[in-house]
Ligand binder design. Structure first.
Ligand SMILES: [Cu+2]
Length: 117
């Protein structure tokens, strides 16, 4: 008797958990926008990225330099190392319109902007 009520309770939790995960999926997977940027000779190309407001953004960073870099932005709340010749993917939350600065934390003069409109 006690055992079965615990099982029902766990089942309810499991169903609720699944329901909340599946309701999260469409917003992240279907609506997200992907933008590409590369690093070459310690410069971002392009130096200005554009993305729509209020949608999750995926930034794919390709490092064409042999030296490692660290894509960082306080405004975007990201910080991630990309090895020489490597590629990283950054997931950014939906943003309000604005100009968001980012930089290479290993070479701080290397910077760019994400323009959200
Ligand atoms: Cu850093």
């Amino acid at each position: 008797m006690k055992q079965s009520s615990i099982n029902k309770y766990s089942l309810a939790i499991a169903v609720l958990t699944l329901a909340s995960f599946s309701s999260m999926l469409p917003a992240g997977a279907e609506d997200s926008v992907t933008v590409n940027i590369s690093l070459k000779d310690h410069r971002f190309q392009p130096a200005e990225l554009h993305a729509p407001a209020n949608k999750p953004i995926m930034i794919i960073v390709k490092n064409l330099d042999p030296a490692p870099a660290e894509f960082e932005s306080n405004m975007l709340r990201v910080e991630k190392v990309v090895t020489g010749g490597g590629t990283i993917t950054l997931r950014i939350r939906p943003l309000e319109p604005g100009r968001y600065r980012f930089f290479d934390d290993f070479h701080q003069e290397t910077q760019g902007y994400l323009v959200v409109q």
